[in-house]
Design a protein around this ligand. Structure first.
Ligand SMILES: O=C(O)CCC(=O)C(=O)O
Ligand SMILES: [Fe+2]
Length: 349
């Protein structure tokens, strides 16, 4: 979910999906069943593929121009791409995946040591909107350090905290370069202020567990949504596809690629780009036999910068399409949004 904090603010205690799945039920309890028709597990057009962007080609001055063009098309036509050669070491990615896998393997009672507490937004549990998602998760704020609630940072498995700390640091570094290149692709010079705002930005990490589900065609792992971040990085823990992006009215699987990180535009960047880049609607589907894990990093600029379309994109014939908001106003609108209304449409002029 864009930022599970919304749901958690009014979160009810709901059962663990992993615990439900362990009992190997033949059917799913009705409160998980989606009434809006069968969930299409296969893309209607399997030739559609989410674009691949090579960070090494963006860094290299000789190949940059061409790769920036690809990046521009990826962001304007899809809002999502797979990033390779991103510079985060395999070792660090593997370590993080391993610790998250081990965490979800712990007995339920042990995981509950880090459960969401009443009045807290973070911790182990579920996000609840209207229907239940087939998903357990642990949601932790990692940067800046004062946002951390270490009481909710697992100490089991033993290296969880240090892996998360290192991983989140690497995501923060990656965010600054990815934002810089996305701005270049958009044709705006990213201001020093904006780039610094990602160095000092806010980073929240949601680790998702989607247990096997007896009726995958009637249940969703995560409901369709767009992220409220500026950009989001998603790391797959295995090879089982589950993330789907809505593209031209079709749900398209994001096929896991070894070593790649999935990057998607969030609603803050949609505003910054004056709608040239859109935050894509996406969802997670589940599998009948296999569990899937994902690690999702939501990147936000520092609360000091306003959220408004880039000035260079505005001029005669190009009016601003979105309002100018302080960070606090943006989150106030988000937390007070009506679920039946489109959040992003409410940010438009
Ligand atoms: O894990 C996935 O496939 C999707 C996760 C997601 O969209 C989210 O946590 O916002
Ligand atoms: Fe998402």
């Amino acid at each position: 979910m864009a930022d599970p904090t919304t749901n958690l603010e009014s979160s009810l205690q709901v059962p663990s999906v992993q615990e439900l799945a362990i009992q190997r039920p033949d059917q799913v309890p009705p409160r998980y069943i989606r009434e809006d028709g069968e969930i299409e597990a296969c893309p209607s057009d399997s030739s559609l593929r989410v674009p691949l962007i090579d960070m090494a080609k963006l860094v290299n001055a000789e190949t940059r121009a061409q790769e920036l063009q690809k990046l521009h098309l990826a962001c304007s036509n899809w809002g999502v791409f797979q990033l390779v050669n991103h510079g985060v070491s395999d070792e660090s990615l593997d370590k993080m995946r391993d610790q998250v896998e081990r965490f979800f393997e712990l007995p339920f009672k042990e995981k509950m040591r880090w459960a969401q507490r009443p009045g807290t937004l973070q911790g182990y549990g579920q996000a609840f909107v209207t229907k239940l998602d087939w998903n357990d998760m642990i949601f932790l704020k990692t940067q800046p350090i004062q946002n951390r609630n270490l009481d909710l940072w697992p100490q089991n498995p033993p290296q969880f905290r240090e892996s998360l700390e290192r991983y989140s640091e690497e995501m923060r570094e990656m965010a600054s370069s990815v934002v810089k290149f996305i701005c270049m692709a958009l044709g705006v010079e990213a201001s020093k202020l904006l780039l610094e705002s990602f160095e000092e930005g806010q980073y929240n990490i949601r680790m998702n567990c989607f247990p096997p589900c007896p009726e995958p065609e009637r249940v969703l792992g995560i409901v369709p949504h767009a992220d409220n971040s500026a950009i989001t990085f998603l790391l797959e823990c295995g090879h089982l596809p589950g993330l789907q992006v809505l593209n031209d009215g079709k749900w398209v699987f994001v096929q896991p690629i070894e070593g790649a990180i999935v990057v998607n535009i969030g609603q803050i960047f949609e505003v910054l780009s004056n709608g040239i880049y859109k935050a894509p609607v996406h969802r997670a589907v589940v599998n009948k036999l296999k569990e899937r894990l994902s690690i999702v990093t939501f990147c936000y600029p520092s609360p000091c910068v306003d959220i408004a379309p880039f000035e260079n994109l505005i001029g005669e014939g190009n009016p601003p399409l979105y309002k100018t908001m302080t960070n606090a106003e943006y989150f106030h609108k988000f937390f007070n949004r009506k679920l039946e209304e489109s959040f992003i449409d409410n940010l438009k002029m």
